[in-house]
Design a protein around this ligand. Structure first.
Ligand SMILES: *[C@@H]1O[C@H](CO)[C@@H](O)[C@H](O)[C@H]1NC(C)=O
Ligand SMILES: *[C@@H]1O[C@H](CO)[C@@H](O)[C@H](O)[C@H]1NC(C)=O
Length: 302
């Protein structure tokens, strides 16, 4: 239907200059670009960064309309302070958009190499952080009959690797589906973004590899032996970095559509790898996706 009714999907909501959007994880990547993009379109952006440097970089690159604040999504008090300052900013209008974008990928790697805290480190940011930020901002969103945009991943549809990342993204999918159904009567719309592999801090191979080394180094010798001597070195050659698209505007365009279109979609897959490979693969039986992963990793077997 999108092919035949393009106009239908490009209808925009009115009054960008009256609308406020709050975005988490604006230090770099999707969040940073989205903040600048919406700022350029005349929306009022409140951009949450984890670091002072991230906030300063964004301030330097945006108009004076854009506000930044510091936010740690794993710290309830920090979220509370963000709600307070956004509440002052938006007044009686309420908050039009909440974009839950902040996320981390490491520790990521073989399940057997993980300890429990390696899982919770990622889940606390990517899932519990999303839930708490959403809960605390709901009253402001309800006032504006606003939008929630949650960043999941193709790894929220297919669990490709161990650690908390895939779990957290499956969780974001489920949380977003419940939220959409629960908030529908109140006029709040919820969209899920499912990017394929893009070049951002989340896919930075040097960080992922350095953390893999940490996990490998602390393994007991008998576990290392079970993988074989060359396994770790070979895994370093297995460069997902080559498959990452540098054009992250494909993702921020989906986010912008979810926030500004009269009829936002429930799910957006961003990137050709997501559209043509990962999402279709996710609809096939598990034995098929298992087989693809064996092919993909054929040079890397314990
Ligand atoms: C975020 O908050 C948590 C919980 O209060 C804390 O353990 C963590 O160190 C904080 N992270 C940063 C980067 O400040
Ligand atoms: C990985 O790279 C090293 C040297 O860079 C090479 O000796 C080794 O054969 C490579 N392994 C695979 C599986 O390509």
């Amino acid at each position: 239907s999108r092919l035949y009714l393009p106009g239908f999907y490009s209808y925009k909501v009115d009054g960008f200059s009256q609308k406020h959007v709050f975005i988490t994880g604006c230090d770099s990547g999707f969040g940073h670009l989205l903040a600048r993009q919406l700022d350029g379109k005349g929306l009022h952006v409140v951009a949450a960064c984890l670091t002072e440097k991230g906030a300063a970089d964004l301030t330097a690159a945006a108009s004076s309309r854009l506000k930044t604040l510091l936010l740690n999504v794993t710290d309830s008090a920090s979220i509370g302070r963000a709600v307070e300052s956004v509440s002052k900013e938006v007044g009686e209008r309420g908050l039009w958009g909440l974009v839950n974008n902040a996320g981390r990928s490491v520790p990521i790697g073989p399940t057997e190499w993980m300890k429990l805290e390696d899982f919770t480190k990622v889940l606390d940011v990517n899932l519990i952080g999303v839930i708490e930020v959403t809960l605390q901002f709901l009253p402001l969103l309800k006032k504006a009959q606003g939008r929630v945009v949650n960043v999941a991943s193709v790894l929220g549809r297919l669990s490709l690797t161990g650690g908390g990342y895939c779990l957290s993204k499956w969780g974001v999918e489920a949380f977003s589906d419940s939220l959409r159904r629960d908030m529908h009567p109140f006029g709040i719309k919820v969209s899920i973004i499912e990017p394929g592999f893009f070049k951002t801090a989340v896919t930075r191979l040097d960080l992922i590899e350095a953390d893999l080394r940490r996990l490998w180094t602390r393994l007991p010798q008998d576990v290392k032996d079970s993988y074989g001597e060359t396994y770790f070195d070979d895994s370093q050659n297995f460069s997902m970095g080559l498959l990452c698209s540098p054009d992250i505007s494909k993702v921020t365009r989906c986010m912008e559509h979810a926030l500004t279109a009269r009829f936002p979609r429930t799910r957006y897959s961003a990137g050709w790898d997501a559209k043509l490979f990962w999402i279709p693969l996710s609809y096939l039986p598990s034995c098929v996706s298992d087989f693809f992963f064996v092919l993909l990793l054929f040079s890397l077997q314990p």
